[in-house]
Design a protein around this ligand. Structure first.
Ligand SMILES: [Zn+2]
Length: 506
């Protein structure tokens, strides 16, 4: 049995599901009808590098080590920065791309094994087509496109470790599908082969050659770019092209039914998108202004003498690091942040209880809520996966109700577990902030996605992903799928052992 996991960046269920149901995405519709379609809840922060890492490792940032698109690595006094569209080499510069993405993100910063590593360790073969998190056991040479090789400081070869078959645009091609490299075919206009057209072409060729590995991941990035520019609804034409590419792949495989005989096909996204208001004053939050009374570390630089806080914006989320452990300073920053009506939530690690539980705190205009795992509080209830949570304060902060002893989430799906999965990260900040729907944290010198879309926060608008799976036989899934369940599901479908169970409490 094989697995083909297709990740369509930023595909948003409130856009994609109606389009499937009304026949605008006919191939996804056929796939959903052949199997099943539901929603899946992503992790927090709902941002590409961290979210794609969670999918491929099955772990929240606390264990995966990838806690956003930007964070401060205190051990190395270095700001990890993968940008909001970090594979656009032209923007960041190729050296940074090589170092951060090819080597850092898939090297020492990643602290949990990927599915590629696990599958190949178990003796099966894996294939990665343009997926950003590709760490595996096999060395591959990076080819520098001619145009980029001319840049000063770019070394001509670098080695990365990926699955047996690794195709990353113009940079890495293990073997070419037809014995002829795609190298230098993408070029600047096609994001050096890291765009949807290239992924679709590779998928069709693999299907036609009947060359799928046991486990395969293909990644379509374009929808995220387009959704940032025009919002998720207006970007549907990009998903239509992905749908067409899947149709071509099915045809090349001899038809969808033929492919599904021995292959499980999963289609999902890493996060959704939230519309951003057009007016800059309403939409763009400049935390450097909000916190102007405090001395701030220079953007992207380690601590300097006298610095009090460091701000790492992650689109609709932001991490705030503190130079000292002074609780009064944390309280002051939370107060300043929530005084801005465009800031939605503040969340921070609140130490340990007398019983030894890790405590978490969240605050909004509605007040404060402290929560922790275990049933030893005055108020407690279970989540959908069997974890009992206790709390103190008002549940209004996270818009959750209790019904028959169960937590019922509204605006912030699975909020306790997802916040814990970020706040427990040793590389993450002490304090996280999220923006109200319609708003975004703007990096000084950057540009908010005004009139477009964005993500990163905890809200349902950006936290839900479509989840479609079809294969040789019926399948039982957790009622509320999470992105952390995708890796154990893939291992189950391949008949391989998994350290995590599908739907287990986290
Ligand atoms: Zn994304």
């Amino acid at each position: 049995m094989k697995v083909l996991l297709i990740v369509v960046d930023a595909a948003t269920p409130r856009v994609v599901v109606p389009a499937i149901q009304t026949g605008r995405l006919p191939h996804l519709q056929r796939l959903a009808e052949a199997g099943q379609m539901q929603e899946s809840v992503t992790m927090f922060p709902s941002i590409t590098p961290a979210a794609t890492t969670t999918i491929i490792t099955g772990e929240y940032p606390a264990r995966s080590g990838i806690v956003g698109a930007a964070w401060y690595d205190e051990a190395h006094e270095d700001v990890a920065y993968f940008g909001d569209d970090f594979w656009v080499v032209a923007r960041e510069g190729f050296r940074a791309f090589l170092r951060d993405f090819l080597v850092g993100l898939n090297g020492e910063r990643l602290t949990s094994p990927t599915l590629f590593e696990q599958v190949e360790h178990a003796g099966k073969k894996a294939m990665c087509l343009n997926y950003l998190i590709f760490k595996g056991n096999v060395a591959h040479t990076v080819h520098i496109p001619k145009l980029l090789a001319l840049l000063p400081g770019v070394s001509l070869t670098t080695t990365v470790h990926g699955p047996s078959t690794l195709c990353l645009g113009d940079f890495v091609a293990t073997r070419t599908l037809r014995g002829k490299p795609l190298i230098d075919k993408g070029g600047v206009l096609h994001r050096f082969g890291m765009d949807d057209a290239s992924t679709g072409k590779m998928l069709a060729e693999v299907a036609e050659d009947d060359a799928f590995a046991d486990f395969n991941v293909a990644y379509f990035a374009d929808n995220d770019y387009r959704s940032h520019d025009v919002g998720p609804h207006a970007a549907l034409d990009v998903i239509e092209r992905v749908d067409a590419a899947l149709g071509t792949m099915f045809e090349a495989a001899g038809g969808m039914d033929q492919l599904l005989r021995d292959t499980w096909v999963i289609v999902t996204s890493d996060h959704g998108h939230c519309e951003i208001l057009e007016d800059a004053d309403q939409a763009a939050i400049r935390l450097d202004v909000t916190f102007k009374e405090l001395q701030q570390a220079a953007l992207g630089k380690p601590w300097a003498d006298g610095d009090q806080i460091m701000i790492c914006p992650n689109m609709r989320a932001a991490q705030i690091y503190f130079h000292s452990k002074d609780d009064a300073e944390l309280a002051r920053v939370v107060e300043l942040a929530l005084a801005d009506p465009r800031v939605d939530l503040a969340a921070w690690g609140a130490g340990r209880s007398v019983q030894g539980s890790t405590m978490y705190a969240a605050a909004s205009a509605d007040g404060r809520l402290d929560f922790w795992r275990g049933g030893n509080g005055d108020a407690s209830a279970r989540d959908a996966y069997g974890t009992t949570w206790s709390w103190r304060g008002t549940l209004d902060v996270l818009d959750v109700a209790v019904q028959d002893g169960m937590l019922r989430w509204e605006d912030y799906p699975n909020a306790f577990e997802r916040l814990a999965g970020a706040l427990d990260a040793t590389t993450g900040a002490r304090l996280w902030l999220t923006a109200r729907p319609g708003c975004e944290f703007e990096v000084p010198g950057g540009k908010a996605h005004l009139g477009g879309g964005s993500h990163g926060g905890l809200h349902a608008l950006e936290s839900l992903c479509p989840f479609i799976v079809a294969g040789p036989q019926p399948l039982t899934l957790p009622v509320e799928m999470r992105s952390v369940d995708i890796a154990p599901l893939c291992l189950d479908l391949l008949g391989l052992p998994s350290v995590r169970r599908l739907g287990e409490p986290r």
